[in-house]
Design a protein around this ligand. Structure first.
Ligand code: KG4
Ligand code: ZN
Length: 341
């Protein structure tokens, strides 16, 4: 029986989990830093690193206790090697690499996006290869054709802001708290549908062929809309803009997914990353008439489970880290796939 400890520290969540090759995820803990960063309206990288540093060892201890395991029960330690904030990544990599050395087991460096991409595999029913994957997080928006583990073809990606970033920036413009995605989604629920229809926001890149995304123009359009909104006496005016913005993002993602499925001749869509928690997106993607798979809500956002699971797949391929502590703050998914292949 193989047991992999997974560590995720690429951004503002300290996530640890244990994947058991027979039982699946047997323990999963997360320490969120939202209260540290929300007063700044975004993530402060140095504070994120310090917070990871404070929390990570007690969290791993608590994880082993929860799973009722000793370090000697573990087969390997997987940690997020990139992409992400360099200081935050270094905490997870230094702790993961060092513990693996001390416990005399292999260390595995995992690509954060590969973790997001494969975590729906832990659900039941799980998607079967090949599938089209839409990865929509705070740092990335991309479409990939996944033939099998390690074989990823990039179909398109954002040329500027990621979808989650657009949610976060728009939320800031509307005076909503960080992270913006859940705040916008919640506010949008109280919108007036008639008023929302009257708000004209662009559907970026839909007029062009290809599968790339662009969200920075949409953010500018929202800013103008806020400045020029005709009826700020309406208590729902912010909710209306939030709903119109959400609809513009959702429609754009929907159309690109539709095209990607046609392009690949594929019937299976896998959606992951923080924005995949968005209910309106899930509802809209049903209109594709294809089978769509999502991670459970807790695994849409950053978590240790996805790193433990991807780490397990690398473990089977004996893809281990050298003794040095290495991170890659910028790391295209395609490069990682080539390494795997
Ligand atoms: O995957 P994730 O936890 O971290 C990154 O790797 O970036 O994604 C975080 C992003 C944030 O931008 C957040 O605003 C967005 O996911 N998000 C949402 C929702 N929940 C989280 N966006 C839209 N709707 C949601 N319900
Ligand atoms: Zn992420």
């Amino acid at each position: 029986m193989t047991k992999i400890l997974g560590i995720e520290t690429s951004c503002d969540d300290t996530g640890v989990a244990i994947y058991d090759s027979q039982k699946g995820i047997i323990a999963d803990l997360l320490a969120s830093q939202i209260t540290t960063h929300e007063k700044y309206g975004g993530i402060v990288p140095e504070l994120a690193s310090r917070d990871h540093l404070k929390k990570i060892l007690p969290l791993i201890q608590a994880l082993l206790q929860t799973a009722q395991l000793e370090p000697s029960d573990l087969s390997a330690i997987a940690y997020t090697k990139g992409p992400g904030l360099i200081g935050a990544l270094l905490v997870g990599a230094a702790v993961g690499r060092s513990l693996a050395y001390a416990w005399q087991i292999p260390a595995i460096g995992v690509h954060h996006l590969e973790g997001h991409l494969l975590v729906p595999m832990l659900e039941s029913p799980a998607p079967t290869y090949p599938f089209v994957a839409l990865l929509v997080s705070g740092g990335h928006t991309l479409l990939a054709f996944v033939q099998k583990f390690g074989q990823y073809q990039l179909l398109g990606e954002s040329v500027d802001d990621a979808a989650g970033e657009a949610f976060d920036k728009t939320a800031r413009l509307l005076g909503l708290p960080y992270p913006g995605g859940p705040a916008i989604a919640k506010l949008a629920e109280s919108a007036d549908p008639m008023a929302v229809q009257k708000i004209r926001l662009p559907r970026p890149m839909l007029d062009r062929s290809g599968l790339d995304f662009s969200f920075s123009g949409l953010k500018t359009a929202v800013r103008q809309c806020i400045e020029q909104y005709p009826d700020k006496a309406d208590p729902r005016w912010k909710a209306n803009i939030a709903a119109a913005f959400q609809e513009a993002v959702v429609e754009t993602l929907y159309e690109k997914c539709r095209r990607a499925l046609v392009f690949c001749g594929c019937d299976t869509l896998v959606v992951s990353g923080g924005v995949s928690a968005n209910k309106r997106l899930r509802e809209k993607l049903k209109e594709l008439g294809k089978t769509s798979y999502y991670p459970r809500m807790a695994w849409c956002m950053d978590n240790g489970a996805m790193i433990a699971y991807a780490g397990y797949l690398h473990y089977l391929e004996k893809q281990f880290e050298p003794l040095s502590i290495q991170v890659q703050p910028r790391w295209p998914l395609l490069d990682a796939a080539q390494l795997n292949g």
